[in-house]
Ligand binder design. Structure first.
Ligand code: ZN
Length: 422
């Protein structure tokens, strides 16, 4: 049997609800998408719940599920993903946090948050991070690994001995309030309490020392001179214990590459799951993204990889902004991309087109509504669905699978399955 390449194409946040100004159609239903409709006619369709019915999925948890990883097992908060994304290479047993460079003021021995983003700091964060990276905490038992990200963002990894991830955010998420010590989210006596208590103690020490060290750094001297707020403390949030996570290649035995536009997914797919990130500088993550360049990158990738993934961010942006007509354009971008991919999907590739979650315009955010799914390729039995949208796909032969069902289905059509039983 021929083993076929697999292509998974995700329109980020593409699912939607009936929109009154579109006469009750969804943006996808209202969009002109001849290629998607042709693929729906030639393939099998369904409605997919990325994580579970009614579960409002984040892009990160949804992508874990779509790639066959149980998000309830492998997702332990944004911290580990952020740390992977900035190249800190978190290991199993570390606890990782997302952080902000922030500004505080000391009053009566308390630290009051003046600006959570340190005057929207853009420059000098590398120098600030270098002063904190490698700090030894708890008498040398725990080491802090720290690196700057974009603008006021950064990531922290605590490593050493048994640490727990169940700690609250130290970042109070508001200005004008006191920075409180890190709280443990488990009751005393819980088996996880002691390791989480250790994390909290190491984190409190790190934050105190960040305040002692950062105020005196050259970057902040320059900022004060220029009338800017100093970045004089680190405020962590989104802490999580780093799980053992097998790479995609190890798990499925497939050489895998991905074209993804946004940092969160680059961190998740590239650093965390070990897919190779395929370079495509023209993919901007906005409405001005270059789908011709993306199609060209995917076409080349089919020669080099056995599994190729693509996420087009544009539909999600329009959903967040409650711009149905912009979302129509984003869906038409996806159609154009697939048109340019015709030589690929007319060949021996098994391809799925779906979304990671709905971002309904009326919600302006993610929601738990199921998303359209189509699977196309040699060996796929066409069903009666002729158009690709949330309404038509509901009648498709694939029914109503979960996100985690998708990859096994594609492995089957690609003749890359193994038998369960005799
Ligand atoms: Zn998303």
């Amino acid at each position: 049997m021929e083993q076929r390449p697999i292509l998974m194409i995700i329109g980020d946040g593409m699912g939607d609800r009936p929109v009154p100004e579109l006469d009750g159609r969804t943006p996808l239903a209202a969009a002109r998408t001849p290629v998607l409709d042709e693929l729906a006619s030639g393939g099998a369709c369904g409605l997919l719940d990325p994580i579970g019915p009614g579960v409002c999925a984040g892009s990160d948890t949804a992508h874990l599920a779509l790639l066959g990883y149980d998000p309830y097992r492998y997702y332990t908060g944004r911290g580990p993903l952020e740390a992977a994304g900035v190249g800190l290479e978190p290991r199993e047993g570390d606890v990782a946090f997302r952080c902000n460079f922030s500004t505080v003021e000391e009053r009566d021995g308390e630290l009051i948050v003046v600006d959570r983003r340190a005057g929207r700091i853009e420059e000098g964060t590398e120098e600030l991070a270098a002063a904190l990276d490698g700090l030894e905490l708890l008498d040398g038992e725990v080491t802090a690994h720290f690196r700057e990200s974009v603008a006021h963002r950064a990531a922290l990894v605590l490593r050493g001995g048994k640490l727990g991830g169940e700690v609250a955010d130290v970042d109070p998420h508001h200005e004008g309030v006191t920075v409180e010590p890190c709280r443990v989210l488990l009751p005393e006596g819980d088996p996880g309490y002691v390791p989480a208590r250790r994390t909290a103690a190491a984190l409190d020490e790190f934050i105190r020392r960040s305040f002692e060290i950062m105020g005196g750094l050259e970057v902040n001297r320059r900022r004060r001179e220029a009338g800017r707020l100093p970045a004089n403390i680190i405020l962590p949030r989104g802490g999580g214990l780093v799980p053992h996570i097998p790479t995609f290649e190890r798990r499925y035995g497939l050489r895998a590459g991905a074209v993804v536009e946004v940092g969160l997914l680059q961190g998740l797919l590239g650093s965390y799951l070990g897919l190779e990130l395929i370079d495509c500088p023209e993919a901007t993550g906005g409405m001005d993204t270059d789908v011709a360049a993306m199609a060209a990158a995917l076409t080349r990738a089919v020669e080099d990889y056995e599994f190729i993934f693509l996420n087009l961010k544009a539909p999600d942006l329009a959903g967040h902004d409650d711009l149905p007509r912009e979302k129509i354009r984003a869906c038409e971008l996806l159609d154009e991309l697939l048109g340019r991919l015709r030589p690929v999907w007319e060949g021996r590739v098994v391809m799925a087109v779906s979304a990671d979650h709905s971002t309904p315009c009326e919600c302006g955010d993610h929601a738990g509504d199921p998303v359209p799914l189509l699977v196309h390729g040699p060996g796929v039995r066409p069903d009666t669905v002729k158009t690709y949208d949330e309404f038509a796909c509901a009648a498709g032969a694939l029914g109503h699978p979960l996100g985690r069902d998708l990859l096994p289905l594609l492995l089957t059509y690609a003749n890359r399955y193994t038998k369960f039983g005799a």
